[in-house]
Design a protein around this ligand. Structure first.
Ligand SMILES: [Zn+2]
Length: 467
């Protein structure tokens, strides 16, 4: 069959000019392998892109490789399956576990949104449709093939993949892909060197790469150093008899916040307040992190395994896990100071919306935002000083104190990405910069050219680059 093959190329089917929809197609005209299969998220013009058909028949894709379980890297998978994909989906053990939870939740949200649009009479589809449903997510999950870190696995003809810990979220990897003699490195989302639980991003395996495909989320800026703002905000709120609401992404951010709260309490720097973890998805993810520590997964820091195996690094001694909606309602508008961690991280949906509605009008409470807040979200409006926000069809006044803490980021910044890439043993033939907002990928690409002296380019959506 190789006689019909052409030369290997990569096509950018997403994450070009945006940070979402990561999908990269490797093909030689005969074998087709996708690296990441993400969903477009955020502004409506991006979300509508999820409905555009791929330029190839999904049934022709031989295999999918996932770098990690975030929706913008795996969320399109059920649609790919719905449209005919039948190959295997290769990912690390904890990526498959987290992706299962995330994809089923995504299918449920899509179905609910379609029902809501039908009721309200707005949709570009008539009747409104979900991008995919739970049955499609379940079919996709059945195709998962959990793989170990650091093992070279054959995923298709003359195609091999090796996963390496990237320190971004549990399960996350940067991947080395060998495709018909070409050697490629996909960074996925690269973490930083200060995750409290996950090992630092591993160094790049030695040798020559034909291309490095790198993310550039924070490629044009540097993170602010750690500060004491977080504990100050908590202490000031408690001093006036209020409670703290922390909207947090269900996977990883909740874990990082819990570890920080435990450490602050142990050091006596904040009082031992009740801490409520109020998000069903976050609680499932929390158990996967505990499982990874207990089974000494190679992506967990050795010192964490030594100190916390079969113990609970997330327990402040006051941690209450709220599973049901009724349990969640018991902490509506708390009268005694406490800390509530709830998803979603940008206040766009989930149980946190009810807490915001109850707590925002009261000046004694605080809302501490600990993650990236996309344009158009309630979280972003709060950070920008909104005096009222719309919730469930009514305007809710904002009297609670709003704090935004930047130091919890799990993405490497520009300096960190450059430092990590420069550890490669030989200059790569080219760097392809993706996963950055418009302008950011180009800025970061220019920096690679000037600082590292490598050939670099930020591909546009749909572009095909010869390897
Ligand atoms: Zn990610």
């Amino acid at each position: 069959m190789s006689n019909v093959a052409g030369s290997p190329s990569i096509q950018f089917l997403g994450a070009a000019g945006t940070v979402t929809g990561s999908r990269f197609l490797l093909t030689n005209g005969h074998v087709k392998v996708m690296v990441d299969c993400g969903m477009f998220q955020g502004l409506k013009e991006l979300r509508l892109k999820n409905w555009n058909p791929l330029p190839i028949d999904p049934a022709e894709v031989d295999a999918v490789i996932l770098t990690h379980a975030h929706l913008d890297h795996c969320g399109y998978l059920p649609r790919l399956v719905k449209d005919g994909f039948r190959g295997k989906v290769h990912a690390t053990q904890f990526t498959t576990k987290l992706a299962e939870v995330i994809l089923l939740d995504s299918a449920r949200i899509q179905t609910e949104d379609a029902k809501y649009a039908a009721k309200k009479g707005f949709s570009k589809h008539n009747p409104p449709k979900a991008l995919y449903e739970e049955i499609d997510a379940s079919k996709a999950i059945k195709l998962f093939s959990p793989e170990p870190f650091k093992a070279r696995i054959e995923v298709a003809e003359e195609t091999f993949v090796t996963f390496h810990p990237s320190g971004h979220i549990l399960g996350a990897a940067f991947v080395e892909v060998e495709f018909f003699g070409k050697r490629l490195l996909f960074t996925g989302d690269l973490g930083r060197n200060q995750h409290p639980l996950l090992v630092n991003p591993e160094l790049i395996p030695a040798g020559k790469y034909d291309a490095i495909i790198t993310e550039s989320t924070y490629g044009d800026r540097e993170h602010t150093p750690e500060s004491t703002d977080f504990e100050t905000a908590i202490n000031q709120t408690v001093a006036r008899g209020g409670s703290v609401l922390i909207p947090a992404f269900a996977v990883d951010r909740t874990e990082v916040i819990l570890v920080q709260l435990r450490e602050l309490m142990e050091a006596g720097r904040i009082p031992r307040l009740p801490v409520y973890a109020d998000s069903p998805m976050a609680l499932k993810a929390l158990n996967f992190y505990r499982e990874a520590i207990n089974e000494s997964s190679p992506e967990i820091r050795p010192e964490i395994i030594a100190a916390w195996k079969n113990k609970d690094p997330f327990s402040t001694g006051t941690l209450v896990e709220l599973t049901t909606v009724d349990e969640s309602k018991t902490i509506n508008d708390p009268q005694q100071p406490c800390i509530i961690i709830s998803a979603s991280g940008m206040g766009t949906g989930g149980r946190v919306v009810h807490h915001l509605r109850n707590m925002l009008p009261k000046a004694r409470h605080s809302v501490i935002l600990v993650g990236y807040q996309a344009v158009g979200t309630r979280g972003r409006n709060l950070v920008e000083g909104a005096t009222e926000v719309k919730m469930h069809g009514e305007m809710v006044p904002v009297r609670a104190e709003i704090e935004s803490i930047q130091s919890f980021s799990v993405h490497a910044d520009g300096d960190e990405l450059i430092a990590w890439m420069s550890t490669v043993s030989e200059a790569p033939n080219q760097v392809l910069v993706v996963h950055g907002e418009a302008g950011v990928a180009e800025t970061f690409s220019d920096r690679i050219k000037s600082q590292l002296g490598w050939k670099s380019h930020a591909p546009h959506d749909g572009e095909i680059v010869r390897l």
